[in-house]
Design a protein. Structure first.
Length: 478
């Protein structure tokens, strides 16, 4: 019986195909571009392998690229049509069912199937990694934590890949608010494997959520050689670096990061990178700057994609870019298109329908209202959603762009009661955040409390100075 490197049996698989699959899983866990070639080799050598076919299907959807998903679905449907699915062993049957569910748009069913698989085969690293990403895309913080936590005890401490699983656990812990445990797990994972960019990312999130900006900057700077090249996560980790720069009051460094890594002439126009670019520019916009040329180029990149309804989280960032560029008509057209799609009444098992109806569209409308200066409209749309934004995916750090938009508009329309609540919540969680103290100063100014405003500004300056550290922006593109 042929098995993978973890001892799990592989159906319809030769030793050659098993070797390619092991190489593919290794690359997936390290976010390495080599994963695509390895999966391709597995398919070429073992086209009947259910795991190879499922792996290829997962790659088609993990990037949230509609065209990739459509091509993957066509290929996968051809495989399924010629396969006796009930005759497959349990593990392979669950992989095929999960891949099919995700390709059909039912992310929550795919997640549940992979959770069932992990209960029976906890050392199936492919199932854990793909399920972990599904939990991220659906904003399910509890499952993001517990899927990995439930499998971790089955991993031998001597297995070098256990550290990579621990890195996933660190991110689930962070998104669930267990910051001390998340930091410990993430640091331990990176100690075991310095190339574990997801664990590095988990530690960075932990520092972000606690307002430990100078530590986050130092942590990223000390590990640049491990996270800045040869992986799919480098742009996103540079985005985190830029967020730290903004907290340090250094917009120039944040824009240097943007120009060198987030969006430039050599960028591929991938959704995952474009949404990071939009989220950074939107924060800079909220701070009062108007990087107009960058907004125009970014809006062009989103418009060139002409995405169909696929993932509401991406739609929100496309609208963010259109509004930032002053293209209100483009934002209105995207919103109208999604409304028509919802009205057409396609299957309710498509997870993105609920994400779009409940969170995506109101968020898009709020961004458009903010661009037009309708701050009361923003508050009306976002205040009821502020504790539900996780339902359309992403991380706390990513969704904070919308939370800050709500703070800005509560201040902008004179809803000082709501602004006080929001700022008080934020300051309680991150008392060293320069942004939070700047917002508090704005509120004090609006209330005519000059003494409190001055004190808050002093805190903001002190926090920014403490965070500044030794920021080192990238010198060139990827």
């Amino acid at each position: 019986m042929v098995t993978d490197r973890y001892g799990n049996p592989l159906h319809e698989c030769t030793p050659e195909t098993a070797g390619h699959l092991d190489r593919a899983v290794e690359a997936l866990l390290h976010f390495s571009p080599e994963v695509e070639g390895a999966v391709g080799d597995a398919l070429d050598s073992g086209p009947a392998s259910p795991v190879a076919q499922s792996f290829a299907a997962y790659l088609g959807v993990l990037g949230t690229e509609p065209r990739d998903a459509a091509a993957a679905r066509q290929r996968f449907d051809g495989y399924v049509a010629g396969t006796d699915l009930p005759a497959l062993p349990l593990r392979e049957r669950l992989h095929v069912a999960a891949a099919g569910a995700w390709l059909a748009g039912d992310l929550r069913r795919a997640s549940g199937l992979l959770e069932e698989l992990s209960a029976a085969y906890p050392t199936d690293a492919l199932a854990l990694a793909v399920g972990h990403q599904l939990d991220f895309f659906t904003g399910d913080a509890v499952r993001l934590r517990d899927r990995i936590g439930g499998a971790l005890s089955a991993w031998d401490t001597a297995d070098p890949h256990r550290g990579l699983v621990l890195g996933m656990y660190a991110f689930g812990l962070e998104e669930s608010g267990h910051y001390r445990q998340a930091e410990e797990a993430g640091l331990a994972a990176v100690e075991q494997d310095p190339r574990d960019v997801w664990a590095i990312h988990a530690v960075v999130h932990t520092y972000e959520m606690q307002g430990r900006v100078s530590e986050g900057i130092g942590y990223l700077d000390a590990r640049r050689s491990h996270w800045t090249r040869d992986n799919y996560l480098d742009v996103h980790n540079w985005w985190h670096y830029a967020l730290y720069a903004l907290e340090a009051g250094d917009t120039d460094t944040a824009l240097a990061v943007y120009d060198a890594t987030l969006h430039h002439e050599g960028s591929a126009g991938l959704a995952m990178e474009l949404l990071d670019a939009a989220a950074l520019l939107w924060r800079i916009r909220l701070a009062g700057a108007r990087p107009t040329a960058r907004w125009e180029a970014l809006a062009d990149a989103w418009a060139a994609r002409a995405d169909p309804p696929f993932y509401a989280f991406n739609d929100v960032h496309a609208v963010m870019s259109y509004v930032g560029a002053g293209r209100f008509g483009a934002a209105e057209r995207l919103i109208a298109d999604r409304r028509r799609w919802l009205a057409a009444g396609s299957t309710d098992t498509v997870t993105n329908r609920r994400m779009t109806a409940d969170i995506g569209l109101p968020a898009c409308e709020a961004l458009l209202a903010h661009g037009r200066g309708d701050h009361a409209g923003v508050v009306e749309l976002l205040w009821p959603l502020r504790r539900r934004l996780h339902e359309f995916g992403g991380s706390h750090a990513q969704r904070d762009a919308l939370q800050r938009t709500l703070v800005d508009s509560a201040l902008g329309c004179g809803r000082h009661d709501l602004a006080r609540v929001l700022i008080s919540e934020r300051t309680g969680l991150r008392p060293d955040s320069s942004y939070n103290w700047s917002a508090r100063a704005r509120l004090a100014d609006a209330l005519g409390d000059t003494a409190r405003a001055a004190t808050a500004r002093d805190h903001a300056r002190t926090s920014a100075a403490a965070a500044a550290g030794a920021l080192q922006p990238p010198s060139s593109g990827r």
